[in-house]
Structures are given as structure tokens and as C-alpha cells.
Ligand binder design. Structure first.
Ligand code: NAP
Length: 290
């Protein structure tokens, strides 16, 4: 362990090139007693974070060697990762039938297998220390589903399940597991979702994909839903609060849109929710004669 670093809390955050990861790195780097390791696939994307108090490392959550190397670097300096924020992720949008399986696999590699593996890599040292915190970025979309987002939602439902099991399994070692469920947050997320859907277009679902694209873009940019959206720093603030809490909550919802949609989903039930969605999205196949 390097001199003077045993008392500090080492924080590892994935996906810091933009959005929530970047805001979280900036916010946590201002906390006295924390050393923040901001990470990204391309180190050049986060070079400026060095001037703002972060240390930076390359980390691609689909690359075992890069994950292992980042964890080794932090453990060599601090003994253990004290806080892991599993943030990196994107939405592979598109109708379930239309998303090519290699894209489904890629989506699970990034959103599920990456954070799962990184958690496995940090846990042994956390267990030896008998302390640590794992923060998993789920979504309101880990508890409800919008059409055209089935593959993405499946990854967030998986994160919820893994987090619930893990919380029980590591509590006795003094390790806390926190789930963060943001609603609509104004980041590059929706652009990435629209971009990912483009290649999944086909003759049957083309119109539906266009409607999903419009609805997604509008949700972040117009009307009531925009008013109910949040900023990346709203999520960062909640992550900071969860890390600092003596007994963090199991789940933190962020932004009014999360509260609204999760309550609506609960109150409407399965049929009511489907009816609500039919008022928002066109039903593929409903007006076809073939
Ligand atoms: N924005 C929302 O409305 C919202 C709502 C609920 C949950 N979330 C969740 O919040 C998290 C952050 O999303 P965001 O809104 O901040 O979106 P964002 O601005 O698009 O940021 C996503 C980050 O993930 C990184 N990433 C993607 N693939 C990666 C990989 N293989 N290895 C390492 N990093 C990778 C991206 O890096 P590159 O620049 O290299 O692509 C980027 O830094 C995601 O897990 C998302 O599902 C977002």
C-alpha cells in the first residue's frame, strides 16, 4: 500500500466519458478523503478529468484484461476498491424479433456480464477488509418495460436480480449493495439508443421503430416528460448520498419521471399498463392485412 493512502477511500467508476459516470466522478472527486478512479474505454475521452481531481484508467467492461488491470492498479495503491460504481451501459433498442442476436449478446456483455465480472473482481479484497460498497446503475426500466426496449430492459431486470441476491450474500462481510433507478436523465443515452436501433430496422417493424425513436427523442426534449427528467448530477448527488449513508437504502429512484412511471405501473397493473402503452406507441401488425 502506498504511503498515506490507507485512510482514503478508493472509488472506481465505469463509463466516465459522458453523462452520469462523468458527473459522478466530478462530484465524488470533490469529497475529502476519496480518490476517484474515473475510467473509460478511450482514455483520451477522460483526460480532462485528471485536472479536476480524478485519476484515470482505461477500462472496457467487455474486456476481462482491462477490468483486471484496473482493479490490480487500485488494489496495489490502496489495498482494495472501497466503492465500485457500475455505471457503463447503453440501450440496444428495437423490437424483440428484429434485434440481431449478436447485438443482444453485445448488450448483455456491456450491461450485465461486465458489471457482474467487475464486481467479482473487487469482492475478494473487499471481503478481506470486511467493508465496501457496490453501486449498480439500474433504471426505472429495471422495474417496467417500454415497447421497443425489451432487450435493454432485460439487462436492467437482470441487474436488479443480481443486486438483490448479492446484497444478501455479501452483507455478512460488511459489504453494501445499492441499486440506483434513474428515470429520464438528459445525457447522450437517448442518442445512443436511437443510433443502436438504426441498424435493426426491417420491413415489418420499420414504422414501429420510427415511432419508438420519435417517442424516445421527445421524452427527453419536449413537454411534461422533459420537465420530469433529471440531470446527470441529480444521479451523482444520489450516489454520493448512498455512499455516505451509514445504512443506505436498497433502492434509490432519481428524477420525478421515475416516481411517476413506477407508481403508474404499480397502480395500472399489467392490463392497464398495456392499455396506457397502446395510447403512446403504434401496435406493430395491428393495421396490416398480410
Ligand atoms: N440517461 C437515462 O435516461 C438513464 C436512465 C436510467 C438508467 N440509465 C443508466 O445510466 C448509465 C449511464 O448512462 P448515461 O445516461 O450516462 O449515458 P451516456 O452518457 O451514453 O454514458 C454511457 C457511458 O457508458 C460507457 N460505455 C458504453 N459501453 C462501454 C464499455 N464496453 N466499457 C466501458 N464503458 C462503456 C460510454 O462510453 P463510450 O463513450 O466509450 O461509449 C459512456 O461513458 C447506464 O447504465 C444507463 O443504462 C440512464
Amino acid at each position: 500500500m502506498a504511503d498515506g493512502e490507507s485512510a482514503v477511500s478508493a472509488v472506481l467508476i465505469t463509463g466516465c466519458s459522458s453523462g452520469i459516470g462523468r458527473a459522478t466522478a466530478l462530484r465524488l472527486a470533490r469529497r475529502p478523503g476519496s480518490v476517484v478512479y474515473a475510467t473509460a474505454r478511450r482514455p483520451a475521452d477522460i483526460a480532462d478529468l485528471e485536472q479536476m481531481g480524478c485519476r484515470t484508467l482505461a477500462l472496457d467492461v467487455t474486456d476481462e484484461a482491462s477490468m483486471a488491470s484496473a482493479v490490480q492498479t487500485i488494489e496495489a495503491a490502496h489495498g482494495a476498491v472501497d466503492v465500485l460504481v457500475n455505471n457503463a451501459g447503453y440501450s440496444q433498442s428495437g423490437a424483440v424479433e428484429a434485434v440481431p442476436l449478436d447485438r443482444v449478446r453485445a448488450q448483455f456483455e456491456t450491461n450485465v456480464f461486465g458489471p457482474l465480472r467487475l464486481t467479482q473482481l473487487v469482492l475478494p479484497a473487499m471481503r478481506r477488509r470486511r467493508r465496501g460498497t457496490v453501486v449498480n446503475l439500474s433504471s426505472m426500466g429495471g422495474k417496467l418495460v417500454f415497447p421497443g426496449g425489451g432487450v435493454y430492459h432485460a439487462t436492467k431486470y437482470a441487474i436488479e436480480a443480481l443486486s438483490d441476491a448479492l446484497r444478501f450474500e455479501v452483507a455478512g462481510f460488511g459489504i453494501r449493495v445499492v441499486i440506483v433507478e434513474p428515470g429520464l436523465i438528459r445525457t447522450a443515452f437517448s442518442d445512443a439508443a436511437l443510433g443502436a436501433m438504426r441498424g435493426a430496422d426491417d420491413a415489418v417493424y420499420g414504422e414501429f421503430h420510427a415511432a419508438v425513436g420519435r417517442t424516445t427523442a421527445n421524452a427527453y426534449s419536449q413537454g411534461l416528460s422533459r420537465k420530469l427528467s433529471g440531470t446527470p448530477d441529480d444521479v451523482a448527488r444520489v450516489i454520493e448520498r448512498a455512499i455516505a449513508a451509514r445504512r443506505p437504502k436498497t433502492r434509490y429512484r432519481v428524477a420525478p419521471s421515475a416516481t411517476l412511471f413506477l407508481n403508474l405501473r404499480r397502480v395500472l397493473g399489467d392490463r392497464g399498463w398495456d392499455r396506457f402503452l397502446r395510447g403512446v406507441y403504434p401496435s406493430p401488425g395491428a393495421n396490416r392485412t398480410d
